[in-house]
Design a protein around this ligand. Structure first.
Ligand code: NAG
Ligand code: NAG
Ligand code: NAG
Length: 189
């Protein structure tokens, strides 16, 4: 603009333009390596509640229904899309129950909560060598784990595959009918 006629002007104009383009390229590069760089979304377990508990002594039946709420925070200037997943409950390292988590997309710098209900039918755990001691102590410990696999995308070209998970140590108090949870979140780069 304004540098059409004078040859010297054209030269200056080209130099200035080149400098501007170079500066812009540096800015874009720096941004894509810093704030625009896809970051790891974080999931954390907000609450674990005992929704329902039923115990029948004979024949032995114990239904422990847990409500789990996890929140997913997407720190990116782009969306985070995660795949179908599963929340698992284990008892002393053995799978005890699971519940599906449906795929979804979290918008840029958004967060949302996922609620799932996991029904642990304890009957099948009675074969565990630890079971009766734990049960008669009135407190049974479980572990819950929720893992999300997905993709964080900033613009169309900055993409990153991510895996993020949250685990909780749960103590279910059968007589008192409550659950105490201690949760940890981890990210995997
Ligand atoms: C366990 O309890 C939940 C919640 O009331 C119920 O939906 C589920 O059908 C029960 N399962 C069994 C096997 O009793
Ligand atoms: C995810 O789960 C939903 C419902 O459970 C199903 O309709 C969909 O096809 C699944 N998507 C993938 C990619 O497996
Ligand atoms: C269950 O977990 C609680 C808290 O972590 C712990 O104090 C307790 O000893 C555990 N009980 C068993 C039977 O492992």
């Amino acid at each position: 603009m304004g540098c059409i006629q004078i040859p010297r002007g054209i030269k200056i104009c080209l130099i200035v333009t080149a400098i501007l383009i170079a500066a812009l390229a540096v800015v874009v590069l720096v941004l894509s390596l810093t704030i625009l760089k896809p970051k790891q979304p974080k999931i954390s377990t907000k609450s674990v509640t005992l929704e329902y508990i039923k115990w029948v002594p004979f024949p032995f039946h114990l239904n422990v229904t847990l409500g789990i709420v996890v929140s997913v925070d997407n720190p990116n200037y782009g969306s985070f899309k995660y795949d179908n997943s599963t929340a698992y409950i284990t008892y002393r390292g053995v799978a005890a129950a699971d519940a599906p988590i449906e795929h979804d997309t979290i918008p840029a710098r958004g967060s949302h909560e996922i609620s799932t209900t996991v029904v642990v039918i304890v009957d099948s755990l009675t074969s565990s060598p630890y079971f009766w001691a734990d049960f008669t102590s009135g407190c049974m410990n479980f572990t819950s784990s929720t893992t999300l696999h997905g993709k964080a995308t900033v613009f169309k070209f900055l993409k990153k595959k991510v895996t993020t998970y949250s685990t909780c140590d749960l103590s279910v108090y059968i007589q008192a009918q409550n659950v105490i949870s201690v949760c940890h979140s981890k990210v995997k780069y």
